[in-house]
Design a protein around this ligand. Sequence first.
Ligand code: KG4
Ligand code: ZN
Length: 338
Amino acid sequence: MAPSPLILGIETSCDDTAAAVISNGKLLSNIVSSQSEHEAFGGVVPELASRAHQRLIVPVVETALEQARVTRDDLNAVAVTYGPGLAGSLLVGLSFAKALAIGLDIPLIGVNHLEGHIYSLFIAETHPEFPFLCLIASGGHTQLMRVDKGLRYTVLGRTRDDAAGEAFDKVAKLMGLAYPGGPAIEHLAEKGDPEFHRFPRTRLPGFDYSFSGIKTSVLYYLNGFSDAERKALYAEHLSDLCASFQEAVIDMLVQPLRRAVRETGISEIALVGGVSANATLRGRLEALAKQSGGHLFVPDQAYCMDNAAMIAVAGNHKYIAGQHSALTLTVEPSLSFA
Ligand code: KG4
Ligand code: ZN
């Protein structure tokens, strides 16, 4: 085994085409090309995403290698997301990675995208002590995990319907805001009153989540106004509406975690996935961790949204542990932890 493996990571599970190079655990490059073709649709269009990945995969990988000042021949392994995600999008990344692994005669390492988000915590030098609680909140997933030594995971709870980021995206679309909705809503919410309107919070037993109710209640609330009234409401209170909605989602994300801290006695908390970019959510979880004598860990902003650095880091760990994948590996759009 090479003492300092040089690994290429590839991530194409949704609408970001990404490649990163890591050497001996140190990140040398991290390239993400976010597809703009979905903006007009207020959400990701799977067919457009896979076509864009086909167009972007070669230049994105080439740029990642160039920036890292290495060539394909220097690589010891290629790590790639094989699920969960959009089938057509995953297929582009996995097929490219397989071709590279075969052509260069190096190992292929399949990485679970959600596991990748957890590994994003290990890009920085400071990371949580085991065991820790990890909330994965993205556009496609909302899961609460317990992570033990050796990165062994237990799923404590998951969403029964929409993901938290999906709720941000769908509500932003209802209010005519840009995609992705999370940053747009957070930006407006900064100037808004979170108590302007109290949207009902869905609370489930245990540690599960549900975000379809909040989306419907925003829809019903907005439909209660005539077109003219709604226009006036947006003109005067759009930021208040965003703040009220954001507050409800954050309450619903924090509550199961608070219960998990109480029931497990674990106060080291990590927040990963696109929604972890939200400063109000970070603040709330930081307070929760502090109250219980622990700490909150969040990846740097560049590693919150989908990226290949997290896939390369996961690949590095798996390479060292000798966990290679067979070349018969196939995409698993509905892959989960359990
Ligand atoms: O992890 P990610 O890049 O892709 C998936 O795996 O889904 O997450 C994207 C999601 C989108 O739904 C986006 O609206 C949400 O993360 N997001 C945010 C913020 N930034 C991105 N949600 C709330 N506040 C933000 N600042
Ligand atoms: Zn993700």
